[in-house]
Design a protein around this ligand. Structure first.
Ligand code: ZN
Length: 474
């Protein structure tokens, strides 16, 4: 990894900033980085001895902020028994079936694969919702995740998952007590949590699912403990219709009302999914400025639906994008995810179109979401829900987390507006450079010191071993 943190990025074809409205595009074509921060954007002359990055024919974006992942699932892609299952059956067939099969080696390898995949898409910051916990575990997953992220120069927000009681689908698991769970969150905060706006390490209170993972009183206790520790709250919520039905039956109210009742809404809270919401739930989430991690590929792969993110933003919610785990998304990279979000929100807008004779007002949904908006969700939006205010946008004083994409593939030839290429054209644009805090962590599409072929061999061997451990292979 190149540790220099001063650069002059020159001659970019286009610069998208991650900001909204008229600030979404910077004229550039140059960006100066001094001491790991953005010092100037405009037409700039090199200073004596200043290291240069030639971004001619390249597009510059803020590095992505992925607000929901499960890195351990990176060795569970396309498991046949879960491939055509809806959420609950898939949970049993894949993550819950394999969770006990991981040891320190396979866990570390999975984390490394997921982080490298993200990194090569131009992602600098990942919030990992890590719920692989049981009493007397033989390895410390948190330490491994922070280790692996640090080795790659990435920012990691550890959302400490776990459950202190069972949902029906999870029978047979060993459970932590609430006291043990809270004690471990405290330990992690003392050891890792950095409140700085450009932190590399954060901790978040994140029981795996609010209505199921802890008792009602315990849920309120987790919210109060998080706020007294000065950390944020994150979880899954309302991914399918069954979720709505079950919470209604179990608690006599909607999932969002249940969260409100237990102090789990607000600017310091964000939820993954929110695919199925009642109109009053959207209003309540918006009024409290609660955030969402929209995971369009996982939601589509599991057949759950398409979250109405445009309506959520209109209601006042804060929007971010997450790739979710690789067990329900065989391409955990932020370029695929933003491409999918861009297409699916527009398709959803089109699904709403009615003939004018039936009261319709528009032909389709192409107007609902611009490329600049989906980029904003995946960058500054992610930073906002994570509270990392100094990352996620290209502006003076911000941390220099900068992705520079080459558009030298036929896929991009003929583009009238290069700025939209990496998102609108799909696939993975090659990375000229990825800077994180000004450090060059990807150079000419290569991660320094990483042998990708060897990583692939280790992954293949680990898949065979995991299959053997769950009895899928003898
Ligand atoms: Zn998830």
């Amino acid at each position: 990894m190149n540790t220099a943190s001063n650069w002059l990025i020159r001659n970019a074809s286009a610069i998208l900033t991650g900001l909204g409205g008229g600030a979404a595009r910077a004229v550039g074509p140059d960006i100066r980085v001094v001491g790991g921060r953005i010092a100037a954007i405009g037409t700039l002359q090199p200073e004596t001895g200043e290291p240069l990055i030639d971004a001619r024919d390249c597009v510059v974006y803020p590095a992505w902020v992925n607000s929901h992942h499960h890195l351990f699932q990176s060795l569970l892609k396309g498991v046949p028994e879960g491939l055509d299952q809806n959420l609950d059956a898939w949970l049993n067939a894949v993550p819950l079936r394999y969770r006990g099969a991981f040891d320190e080696h396979s866990f570390r390898l999975a984390a490394r694969i997921g982080l490298v995949e993200l990194l090569r898409s131009g992602c600098a910051t990942v919030a990992d919702h890590h719920y692989l916990y049981y009493p007397d575990m033989p390895f410390d997953g948190a330490a491994i995740l922070f280790d692996e992220a640090q080795a790659l120069g990435m920012r990691l927000v550890l959302c400490r998952g776990g459950a202190t009681r069972l949902r029906d689908t999870a029978r047979g698991r060993q459970l932590e007590t609430l006291d043990a769970y809270l004690a471990d969150v405290q330990r992690l905060v003392a050891r890792y949590h950095d409140p700085a706006p450009d932190a590399y390490r954060r901790i978040v209170m994140a029981p795996t699912s609010p209505p199921y993972s802890v008792s009602p009183d315990g849920l309120r206790e987790t919210a109060r403990a998080a706020r007294s520790l000065g950390i944020r709250l994150h979880s899954h919520l309302s991914e399918t219709v069954d979720y709505l039905d079950e919470v209604q039956a179990r608690h006599g109210m909607s999932p969002v009302a249940y969260c409100a009742e237990h102090e789990w809404l607000g600017e310091d809270v964000w939820f993954a999914h929110l695919v199925k919401l009642l109109p009053e739930e959207v209003q309540l989430l918006g009024a409290t400025r609660t955030g969402v991690a929209h995971c369009p590929q996982s939601n589509a792969r599991l057949g759950s639906g398409i979250a109405d993110v445009v309506a959520m933003e209109a209601a006042g919610m804060r929007i971010s994008l997450g790739v979710d785990g690789a067990a329900s998304n065989e391409a955990c990279d932020m370029l695929s995810e933003t491409h999918a979000a861009w297409l699916l929100q527009r398709a959803k807008g089109g699904e709403r179109a009615l003939p004018r004779s039936a009261g319709g007002e528009h032909e389709g949904g192409a107007h609902v979401l611009k490329v600049e908006d989906v980029l904003r969700w995946g960058t500054a939006g992610g930073a906002e829900v994570l509270g990392l205010d100094a990352v996620g946008s290209l502006a003076i004083g911000q941390a220099a987390d900068i992705a520079i994409y080459r558009l030298d593939d036929p896929r991009y030839f003929g583009l009238h507006d290069p700025a939209i290429g990496p998102i609108a054209c799909g696939g993975r644009a090659r990375l000229h450079t990825l800077l994180i805090g000004g450090r060059r962590v990807v150079d000419n599409d290569c991660v320094a010191g990483l042998d990708l072929a060897e990583l692939g061999r280790q992954a293949a061997a680990a898949v065979i071993e995991l299959q053997r451990r769950v009895g899928a292979r003898r």
